[in-house]
Design a binder for this molecule. Structure first.
Ligand code: NAD
Ligand code: ZN
Ligand code: ZN
Length: 350
């Protein structure tokens, strides 16, 4: 611990307003029993960070003022808490941000990502828009072979994409990805890596992201000028795709997924909608015998295992998707860039 500083400059949400972040001198986090202390390498900007930055209703309900946010992160272990024997100093890790109790019915049944006593690192408690963070050792996941630390923070959104995709068939199947934000783009690339027979990617009007989708493996890219449902049916022998994934958060896209998925097919929804009462064409789900599934986080640990298999095999093109890197002092510009949508993934280096 000798060489560690005693304090650091951390980004904290200090004011209940749009923006409202300050770079504040703060002590290094404690490294408690079962935890590791990590020197942050990089932390990426997530849609959740945008909600917190804008301070919408959800953020005001969930994030205590004074929190150091940031959860898509990776770094090097620099200290071990009491009883940690799974890690050693110098280990390179990335974070699973769902902190579980490992002791409730949901955790026992293998659904720790929806733990009844769960919290999100960097949302409900301090996270990683800071040069150091501490986290339970089990949430500090060792990097797979061949994944450089520079690219490792993106495993959180890549894992979201893989969890969503694997809610239905992928290999040799037709897949539609609605919404080409960073997570939708990761899903396009992961579907390609997992051997999908045909990948149809749909955005509204973000031309740059639509181009990225083509580069990342989409066979067909559609936008607001296309009749989405008719075109998908036309490219799937009139049946619809086997597996539709919704990443846009637009109710119209959710409706499109339901009308362009084959009878008995799968609709997997990661999106969060502006209104909790988004209309769903329920009878179409019933008569088309669709499997409609909400997706949250990443399965601990089967999503991580699948992701590491793909990453170790060099099958995910992170460089194309990670369009911007900035020093962490430029946090506000990074968030504004992410809000503009003129980017893939934006990463802050520490
Ligand atoms: N459930 C979870 O655990 C979880 C975790 C992370 C993110 N999310 C949610 O997943 C979604 C995807 O995240 P992201 O950061 O990639 O999103 P994003 O907001 O960056 O991207 C959304 C994309 O959808 C496009 N879009 C808008 N309207 C559309 C329409 N009608 N049809 C098709 N595309 C349309 C936009 O142009 C944009 O490119 C968000 O809703 C986010 O809140 C959920
Ligand atoms: Zn996130
Ligand atoms: Zn639990």
């Amino acid at each position: 611990m000798d060489s560690l500083p005693t304090s650091m400059m951390a980004w904290k949400k200090t004011r209940a307003e749009k923006g409202g972040f300050e770079l504040v001198e703060t002590p290094l986090p404690d490294c408690g029993e079962g935890e590791v202390l990590v020197k942050t390498h990089s932390t990426s900007i997530c849609g959740t960070d945008i909600h917190i930055w804008k301070w919408d209703h959800w953020a005001a309900e969930n994030v205590p003022i004074g929190t150091t946010t940031g959860h898509e992160t990776c770094g090097t272990v620099v200290a071990l808490g009491k009883d940690v024997n799974t890690h050693k100093i110098g280990d390179k890790i990335a974070v699973e941000c769902h902190l579980a109790c490992w002791n409730c019915d949901r955790c026992d049944e293998g659904n720790a990502h929806i733990c009844e006593n769960g919290e999100i690192f960097g949302v409900h408690s301090n996270g990683a828009f800071a040069p150091y963070f501490s986290i339970p050792a089990i949430n500090a996941r060792h990097l797979p072979e061949n994944l450089p630390i520079e690219l490792a923070s993106i495993q959180d959104p890549l894992g979201n994409a893989i969890h969503t995709l694997t809610g239905g068939p992928v290999k040799d199947s037709t897949v539609a990805i609605h919404g080409l934000g960073p997570i939708g783009l990761f899903a396009v690339n992961a579907a390609k890596a997992m051997g999908a027979a045909k990948i149809i990617a749909i955005d509204w009007d973000n031309e740059a992201r639509m181009k990225l989708a083509k580069k990342l493996g989409a066979d067909l890219v559609l936008g607001k000028d296309d009749n989405i449902v008719e075109t998908i049916l036309a490219h799937t022998n009139g049946r619809g795709v086997d597996n539709s994934c919704e990443f846009s958060g637009a109710p119209s896209a959710l409706s499109n997924t339901i009308h362009s998925t084959r009878m008995g097919g799968y609709v997997n929804v990661l999106s969060v909608y502006g209104s909790e009462t988004t209309q769903v064409p329920m009878n179409d789900i019933v008569f088309r015998y669709l499997h409609l599934k909400g997706i949250n986080g990443r399965k601990m640990w089967s999503t991580w295992d699948k992701m590491h298999e793909l990453l170790s095999g060099g099958k995910i093109d992170i460089e194309t998707l990670l369009t911007h890197r900035m020093p962490y002092q430029e946090f506000n510009s990074a968030v504004e860039l992410a809000i503009s949508g003129d980017c893939g993934k934006v990463v802050l280096d520490f």
